[in-house]
Ligand binder design. Sequence first.
Ligand code: HEC
Length: 276
Amino acid sequence: MRNIMYAAVGLMMTTATAMAAGTPYHEGSATIIEPTDERNPLAEVVSGIDFRKSMIREMQEDEFSNPGMIVVDYGAEIWEQVDGTAGKSLSDVWESCAGMDAATAAVSYPRYHDGAGKVISLEQQINYCRETAMGAEPYKWEKADMLGMTAFIRYQGNGEAINVSIDGPAAATYERGKELYYQRVGQLDMSCAHCHEDNYGNYIRADMLSQGHINGFPTYRVKWNGVGSTHRRFRGCNGNIRATKLAYGHEDYVALELYLAWRGNGLTVETPAVRQ
Ligand code: HEC
């Protein structure tokens, strides 16, 4: 079994090398966009995929080989499924409950929602609609149903530009997210900025550091052998610098998520992205 797997990977790598198209980033063929907001500290905005090797890029780009598509398909199934006391599916209630269609939602979260009275992530919007409009139990974060539903909704906006708002009622959450991004934490006393703002394009062990954007989440990771949320990635990055991991859905992670999404405004949605 193992030998077969190695042989298969070997084959993929050879094909991949033959087709390699320049990027990772420093080789010069990355898609680089200008920030859409002058407050963005990045001089250039580059999707995480441009920092990955060709084998990973090809896995992401070909829907038949992208393992994350299974999760999107599952999401499509439960999107139509009736659940809860109101006898409705999420597809029935979504537009009136979230206040926008799924494709718009894909590029707009985290976002201030009147009903919730605060900035919420897509996961929280899904549970808000399940509880208030469907009379259904909330999904658990990082479980199959929630990952499927978030992946499916984001996928509706695939190829569209991320466009989250940090103004008006979202301003305080943005400020909090920014503060967290530059705060040194953990035994290694590092901030997100040390790796993803000051050192993108440089290697850390075997990995080339990206700008830490979230346009491809939920993302399939080879290391996870499955799909995970932005908050799972935040927990991983916190753990790597020996900092405290916050709970899934923690308001500080939502604030960080809003801040990161905004730094990547203008990048297109790439859900489900593939990473090593
Ligand atoms: C010690 C360096 C380091 C620090 C500090 C760090 N990360 Fe990361 N992060 C990585 C590495 C390595 C990866 C995988 C390669 C990549 O995409 O940059 C990664 C990946 C990511 C990704 C996935 C990007 C993608 O395109 O898939 C996100 C999002 C992210 N980090 C967010 C954060 C946040 C938020 C913080 C601060 C709380 C943080 N990171 C702190 C090293 C770091």
